[in-house]
Design a binder for this molecule. Sequence first.
Ligand SMILES: Cc1cc2nc3c(=O)[nH]c(=O)nc-3n(C[C@H](O)[C@H](O)[C@H](O)COP(=O)(O)O)c2cc1C
Length: 186
Amino acid sequence: MKITECINNRRSIRSFIDKEVKKDIIHELITLGTKAATGSGNEAWGFAVITDMDEMKQLSDDTKKYILENFEKYPYLKQYESWLTNEKFNIFYDAPCLLIIYGDTNSHWYTYDCTLAAGNIMLAASEYGIGTCWIGFGEHTLDTADFKSKHNVPSNYKLVCPMVLGYPKAQLTAPTRKPAPIFFHE
Ligand SMILES: Cc1cc2nc3c(=O)[nH]c(=O)nc-3n(C[C@H](O)[C@H](O)[C@H](O)COP(=O)(O)O)c2cc1C
């Protein structure tokens, strides 16, 4: 698939068939993620992969509870109140795989490095017929000291991108966007 085709057709996927994403494919996607540009060549990324769907369901429940109890800290999430109070809503959409990208805070550039790696992974995934969705809801619960220590993530690493992966239930139409604001072009 041409890279422009991947870019033009990528969508966030929130509904998956019951099929695991094989370990070697996940590792290949991670490797492709690490081919992204990296500030000062620091390669300030690290990855955790969760495929235990019971754990993901528990993490989803814990996250919803945490956000609802701390709504005042997250005014930008208020618009999702009806999703978060819906018992059936799983913030990870029952995906078979949750890939979490953490940035090494010893590098000034870690947020950029990890976001570029995430972009590579999203695009590369489409080559394998795999859909992805960045899960910003997980921003707090996947970055706690407890969670990180349980999953072997060093404490100097900070969460940048939680991303679910899986085989899409349906093909979505290409994304539409407003015309790009171009502030200056001589
Ligand atoms: C930083 C960031 C956080 C996001 N968080 C969520 C999320 O928690 N849940 C979700 O369903 N989608 C999430 N998304 C996906 C966006 O909703 C999606 O990219 C946007 O609606 C555009 O749709 P498209 O990706 O299909 O083009 C997030 C995307 C980004 C970049």
